[in-house]
Design a protein around this ligand. Structure first.
Ligand SMILES: [Zn+2]
Length: 131
């Protein structure tokens, strides 16, 4: 006869439903608020052009309007634009259109760029300023 007290039957391990984690409700931001936040928290540092040390924002034309290094680097990074400009440049009235779209400075540097991509490049390293 078994006199030992009955062992408690192993208790079923309680299974907890995973607690639903309710995330903080996402604030609905308007595009302009997002832009504002981005400006606030994302510090955009534009790369420096090695030759001249100017910072270059590739999304707009060089701020240093007469800096050959800036323009050379900028145009080098806008192959598609340069190609489009080149096509436009050779059409009737294309030059005026180019000036309207990109400005006189652009035209000047674009022409110089096209005339001597090869000769512009070495001078980039010297960072010469052309007035
Ligand atoms: Zn520069």
């Amino acid at each position: 006869m078994n006199t030992e007290p009955l062992q408690d039957a192993p208790k079923p391990i309680p299974i907890h439903e995973p607690t639903t984690i309710i995330a903080d409700p996402q604030p609905q931001l308007t595009p302009s608020e997002i832009r504002k936040l981005r400006r606030q928290f994302v510090t955009v540092t534009h790369p420096r052009v090695e030759a001249c040390g100017h910072r270059l924002d590739l999304s707009r034309q060089p701020r240093m309007r007469n800096c050959q290094s800036c323009w050379g680097t900028w145009l080098n990074n806008h192959g598609e634009l340069v190609q489009t400009a080149d096509e436009l440049h050779s059409t009737d009235g294309g030059v005026d259109m180019l000036i309207g779209l990109q400005g006189v400075k652009f035209l000047k540097w674009f022409r110089r760029f096209m005339a001597g991509v090869a000769s512009l490049k070495p001078s980039l390293e010297q960072g010469g300023e052309i007035q």
